[in-house]
Ligand binder design. Structure first.
Ligand code: N01
Length: 536
């Protein structure tokens, strides 16, 4: 053991991560009387919202839903100012939660876990952080996030750039000075689409480097009125009850009638209504839009007309309209003036499919047609989603099996929580859960409640080792894929499919059967006494 290892009794449970999931887990574990420790790579709480401080970062789920529901006093006393909260307000909320429930004292910060090893003899985990510290515990919970392992593109010469380089996923806390600068943004997913319009207002020149265009819906953000706030407070419980078994863990559901069973006018009205509501709701106008290509194309045509109406130069609009995937099969983005930004004289779009970057030099980017001088390069180039935050840690389970090797043919989990061969370890919001397709706040509560119930069950039964059964995990993973194959989602080269990471096995990672259905599977497993786990 490392000299700085903590001696004495191991913790009952260590929870890695201080985002929505980790904070809730630490709070509930402590309330349950467990000796719990939180480890966090960042300097403070917030998870995704601690790191992604880029200007324009805003959640696409309404603020009153994207918040904890477990404590009535908390939800009654916190006031969300805007319909869709911006990063600073969400981070302030998570800080408030940490203060209110004294959670910081249970955490060690700037402790990025680099290795985790299970010992078969003692049934304990030892976690080693990159500072060299070691911690032991009976159970370990990885609440390490779905979109927390950023990727730097491997463009030739990228390491030679002499100007300022900024990742949207690691935006400097003190901000970045872009006034009067020539800025390049690489990447046009949700992050690139949110940050670019703000950069365009500050920079002398902005060049957006786009490899694949995405669909984006404008976010109809505005302050909540006092009347709305009163009404939400009065009916908060009902709003949550509606969300707990809803498809996306919000009170909203798609219209019940299939697109093709409506008249053209009814469809148009439905799409306009959802478009104006904004957020990710446009992905759920009709129940068949993600499974029937004809229905999907009706929604697509509507969105395309919106893009064309906003962009003055129609050849730029041509480049901004995706043609490589059915609408919604890559995460629909939400923006504030993204398409309109291309009407500004200081903004240029480079279509990398036609004009790839041949190299990055110390002073800019060279394509086959031109050299673009740059002072600052912003990487909005995405994440090794869902598996990245686990696989970047050297996780060894029973018999020293390495998670990276066990998952070489694709991730296998039971309900996302349990991985055969990795006893007493739980992954949260992981592959095999709806997570990224649902409201993460309520999803995180469900995940930790379930895991803590299983831990309580094992402690009550004096069970030292809890491990998902292989056959149950294989069956769940097959079920995941089967549900996905009934949809259009498998047609896109999306991060849901692992398609944005070279060499990553292409499998559809989230459970797309809806949060409510997923929750019922979890309830059943718990109510039946965990038949899919070996309790030894
Ligand atoms: O990442 P992305 P993101 N050269 O993977 C491009 C959530 N989120 O951070 O598509 C050039 O979507 C890549 O191109 P391509 C949300 O769930 C939510 O934007 O691979 N380009 C793509 O355009 C979201 O889906 C919000 O061809 C390269 C971009 O980089 C998820 O996080 C806000 C490249 C990456 O887009 C991820 O979003 C932000 C290269 N070598 C994030 N490599 C909300 O609004 C990659 N790209 C709530």
């Amino acid at each position: 053991m490392h000299p700085s290892a903590e001696q004495g009794s191991p913790y009952d449970v260590i929870i890695i991560g201080a985002g929505f999931a980790g904070l809730y887990g630490v709070h509930q574990a402590a309330r349950a009387g467990l000796n719990v420790l939180g480890l966090e790579a960042g300097a403070d709480v917030g998870g995704t919202w601690f790191w992604n401080r880029y200007p324009g970062a805003r959640c696409d789920v309404e603020s009153v839903d994207y918040s904890y529901s477990f404590d009535e006093d908390l939800q009654q006393s916190w006031t969300w100012t805007e319909r869709f909260a911006a990063q600073p307000e969400i981070l302030a909320y998570l800080n408030h939660v940490a203060d209110r429930f004294s959670l910081r004292e249970r955490y060690r910060f700037e402790q990025r876990v680099g290795a985790a090893r299970f010992d078969d003899a003692s049934c304990l985990w030892t976690l080693r952080t990159e500072t060299g510290a070691e911690y032991r515990s009976r159970f370990v919970v990885f609440a390490t996030g779905c979109l927390s392992a950023p990727i730097k593109p491997n463009i030739p010469g990228v390491e030679t750039f002499a100007g300022e380089e900024i990742f949207t996923a690691q935006w400097p806390e003190e901000g970045a000075c872009l006034e009067g600068k020539r800025v390049g943004v690489i990447g046009t997913g949700s992050s690139g689409i949110q940050v670019s319009p703000i950069i365009a207002r500050q920079a002398e020149a902005l060049t957006v480097f786009q490899r694949s265009p995405n669909f984006s819906v404008p976010i109809p953000n505005r302050p909540w009125t006092e009347q709305e706030q009163t009404q939400i407070r009065a009916t908060y419980r009902q709003r949550r009850e509606k969300s707990y078994y809803a498809p996306a863990a919000t009170p909203h559901a798609s219209i019940q009638t299939k697109a093709l069973d409506l008249t053209a006018q009814e469809r148009e009205e439905a799409m306009q209504d959802r478009w104006s509501q904004g957020g990710v709701l446009f992905n759920k106008v009709f129940p068949d839009q993600n499974s029937d290509l004809t229905a999907n194309e009706l929604v697509r045509d509507f969105a395309v007309a919106k893009i064309r109406a906003k962009v003055e130069n129609q050849s730029v609009a041509d480049d901004l309209i995706p043609t490589d995937h059915p609408i919604g099969t890559k995460r629909i983005c939400t923006d504030s003036g993204y398409y309109e930004m291309f009407n500004r004289p200081n903004v240029a779009l480079v279509n990398l499919r036609r004009e790839p970057i041949l190299e990055i030099t110390p002073t800019g980017a060279r394509t086959g047609e031109r050299f673009i001088e740059l002072d600052t390069l912003v990487y909005a180039t995405g994440f090794d989603a869902m598996t990245g935050s686990l696989l970047r840690i050297d996780i060894r389970g029973s018999n020293d099996a390495r998670l990276g090797e066990v998952w070489a043919d694709g991730p296998v989990t039971y309900l996302g929580f349990g991985i055969p061969g990795f006893p007493n370890m739980f992954s949260i919001n992981s592959v095999g859960t709806p997570s990224v397709m649902a409201n993460m706040a309520l999803h995180s509560e469900q995940q930790l409640d379930w895991v803590l119930a299983l831990i309580a069950h094992s402690r009550a039964g004096n069970i030292a080792r809890v491990e998902a059964r292989e056959e149950a995990a294989v069956k769940w993973t097959d079920h995941l894929m089967e549900v996905a194959e009934g949809t259009l989602f498998v047609k896109a080269n999306s991060w849901y499919m692992g398609a944005n990471v070279e060499g990553k096995k292409r499998v559809f990672m989230p459970y797309i059967g809806g949060f409510g259905n997923y929750r019922r599977f979890c309830d059943e497993e718990r109510d039946n006494g965990y038949p899919s786990f070996e309790l030894g």
